[in-house]
Design a protein around this ligand. Sequence first.
Ligand SMILES: [Zn+2]
Length: 307
Amino acid sequence: MKHLLVVLIFSCFVIPLSSVKASNESNQSGELYVHFINVGQADCILIQTPQHKNILIDSGSAKTQKRALAYFHALNIESFDAVIATHPHHDHIGAMAAIMGNFYVKAFYMPDVYHYTRAFKALYDSAKRRGVMVFKAKAGSKIDVEPDVKMAIIAPLQEHHAHLNDDSFVLRLLHNKNSFLFMSDAGKQSEAELLENKSDVKADVIKIGHHGGASSTTLPFLKKVNPEAAVITSGHRSIVGYPSQSVIKRLRYLRVPIYRTDVHGTIVADSDGSRITFSFGGLKARKRMPIKNPKKGLMKKFERVTL
Ligand SMILES: [Zn+2]
């Protein structure tokens, strides 16, 4: 495994992505889609850019890989310009080997941490077999997606935390005036480091850390993010009780609308660069999203429509 790391892993700070489709044309609307795919209590987030790039943040677990693959096939995806593994827990990398086996993965990004599990070994074996370039990225690395779309890894700010969850990548995505923050499973320690570092964490949409677990999403951090909406990737009848009521309370206290994969299924945020529209209910039958406690001013920014 050490040898493989030497061969395949590159340190990276700014990585330009060139479109696999070799096309500079924008999609008709110039929109960016963020799909929070319903894979239970796990993360599998697909970003589709105006210039037809596909970026995947985590794969979900092996248990739901069929569902994730079917979703990608339904969107006629053949390749990923970038696949990012935020940290090596099975609910984030469990389907990575299958993804590499079924799609052309142009570049693969992961933190410099090791985890000797079957899923982790399968991921490495698959990357080696397919000749996938693996980039060892860290906070400060930027993925230069296209002129209107920028992505930055802003955490972990320290190495080897007591909890592997705090070693998770935290990613910030900008699409013109819109911003998204993907917390992966980062917990209060990583949040405290981001606050202490005075990192720019402001985001219109936050993917809540660790599936809504109580050890993430502290109130000071949430206030700094100041989101217009929150997405929680939680499983139906979660045995560990995620999302935690304390996290829901913190979000409600700040009047942030909550979208949950266990309640709404796959959730799609559609950004036109200045407004974000949420839809859910699958590819064919998306439904209107009723928002409780709409934050003041939300209606200006978020338009809820049936796609
Ligand atoms: Zn997780």
